[in-house]
Design a protein around this ligand. Sequence first.
Ligand code: SF4
Length: 281
Amino acid sequence: MSSNLTKSKGNMYDWVTHTHSHIGGKCSHGCEYCYVQAMAKKFPAMKEKYSGDIKLIEGSLDVDYGKGRTIFIDHMNDLFAEGVPDAMISKVLSHCRNSPDNKYVFQTKNPQRYGSWIGKGLFPSEIILGTTIESNRHHSCMQNAPTTFSRIIGMENVYDYETFITLEPILDFDVNDLFDMLTYAEPSFINIGADSKGQGLDEPTFEKIMELYELLVGAGIEVRKKLNLERLQVKFPEYDKQKKDCIEGGWLMKGNICGAFDDDGRGIDCSASTCPYVNKS
Ligand code: SF4
């Protein structure tokens, strides 16, 4: 077995230690913002790997997963998209089960498909199951992906497991409607991130994101923010002014949560002694 497992890097979640891809070919969801397809346009090797029919990447099932890792499976494609045959999913899950001393992370825009694999008992024992929700609204860049409503319903089947919802790339939304959708799915935690490539998507203001953040935290849900949200703070100068006032005046921004981030990319609680701004003097 090869030990060629990729260490997590770039824009990947900071709680994931490694990533691994089995599925090549073009993902049938066709999201306009897909960074894999953007890379496939630029680099011939990526084009060969991630265009055409769905296929297993040669040698991908021979990689030794070792132990003690948190491995994101198939971050370059959607393993549970309708276009991926059951036989392929079965081989991927079997590969994971062969190294049971790891935690495996799966993320799909088609979580309705999780249910049958849970029913068959074919997932490895340690898993985190997630879905992407960009917004409560439909945006044309979502293309052929299942509706966000169906993704939320799909997460209903996985309540016995650790679950997450990732709002990335976050697109403009209605605060209360999105809050209701997210809390209905009862995820173990939520990740929020922006389009890291700055592709001109219909993005919400940073202030709106913070409003949602406070509602979620108030409802007792853990929210993990990605550093790439900082770009939205710069994009919407009105919010930057608030940040400046907060820093210079030692004021709270909204409730207790400030727009600044700590080293782990999480919002700083202004009432905490760790706030570098309020407590700077
Ligand atoms: S679901 Fe993921 S891999 Fe598929 S097109 Fe959308 S962003 Fe790309």
